[in-house]
Design a protein around this ligand. Structure first.
Ligand code: SF4
Length: 65
């Protein structure tokens, strides 16, 4: 499949759960601001991105198909 990772920064509380699952996609900087390093969902990263979607306690991550 293909899709785009989206984060609702109004919801994100910068707790780093997503970065702990897949740091290649989600990165928290020193000021606790979350950066999405790549928005592309690929066969290689899809399952971990979906896990991050499931585990984000704020439900801030979505995949736009
Ligand atoms: S897991 Fe959710 S709330 Fe936590 S940093 Fe990632 S997007 Fe933000």
């Amino acid at each position: 499949m293909s899709g785009k990772v989206e984060v609702d920064f109004e919801l994100c509380e910068a707790n780093g759960v997503c970065m702990g699952i897949i740091p290649e996609v989600f990165d928290l900087d020193d000021e606790d601001y979350l950066h999405v390093l790549t928005h592309e969902v690929t066969p290689e990263n899809e399952s971990q991105i979906r896990e991050a979607v499931r585990q984000c306690p704020r439900q801030a991550i979505s995949i736009r198909e």
